[in-house]
Ligand binder design. Sequence first.
Ligand code: NI
Length: 386
Amino acid sequence: MISPDIQQRLIDIRRDIHQHPELSWQESRTAAKVCQALDEIGLPYRSNVGGTGVVAEIAGRKEGPYIALRADMDALPIVEETGLPFSSQVEGVMHACAHDGHTSMLLGAAMLLVNGEPPPLPVRLIFQPAEETVLGAKRLIAEGVLENVVMIFGGHIDRHYPCGTLIVTEGAVNASSDKFSIEISGQGGHAARPHEAIDAVVVGSLLVISLQTIVSREINPAHPSVVSIGRFDAGTAGNVIAGHALLEGSIRAQDPEVRSDLHNSIRRIADSVAQLHDAEIRVEIRKGPPPLINTEEMTALARKAALQTVSQDKVIKLFTANMGGEDFAYYLDHVPGCYIRYGAQIPGREGYPAHSSRFDFDEKALGIGATYLATVAREAASLVDS
Ligand code: NI
């Protein structure tokens, strides 16, 4: 178990960051706070990595390849309504996805790793900006943070699960997250003379309904997937037929093949609807992170570390498929690793999910997460070194 004074330091750090949330790529105060903590721990680091990233290193018994641990640092554009005494002091910005907690946990892991014997191999700590916009990981990889890294580990606080649990699951634990926009060009006209127009509202409506049949009728129901339209923009007045419409939406899948099937189906249905109504339809799909898939070997390693952190009955699996995206998946395109979840439910506050203005988590999870991260780094280093 983590010592009460480290646990208290982690709570203090988390609350300080929570009070001063910063949006993606603007995490300069947070990064400075991280650097200050690293100075106190006595670790060398590089700041301003890829913008606001910080990368620190813990020496191992040997030189050699690195084990990496990663935390994200950014907040969300949400007005906080938790009423907590350490609520956000920045209007309209809130740590509603627990990245304040992840940052604090990784500093905790650093404290634990430098306190004990040096790990068998060096450990690199990655404090990543801009997870919420899913651009930070890619940028840091381009900056070389994975150079000489053989394995990487991370996790997310999750208030769906009781505090004290660690959720270690093999297979897909986050979905791919792609965005799309569809521009419909018809022909504007007078509402009284529809025969002279090509109605983009009607074309768009048919398209919205048709796209719903992809997941319900084309994809194997055993493979979770989502096609959602979040925006339908068209028209200017009740007596004017709209010549243009814009749809925007989100595509999620846990399987790379299903992901590309979803993309193809959206394009095919859009082309068909265009032909059906003599409209022009342009589809643009912007790829986000791939599905995050924990391999068997890396999951076994994470489970081993989890079992050293909490009792066996507290090491559990995801209750259900998670369709959220997570840019940690980009790291796993390059090196093996595992992504887990830290149970952090506060009894009585179950109804406030991440990204809600009332989101909060049980801070006991900070010490547990820190212990897990330090343990998994040691275990991974021992495995690589053996
Ligand atoms: Ni998050």
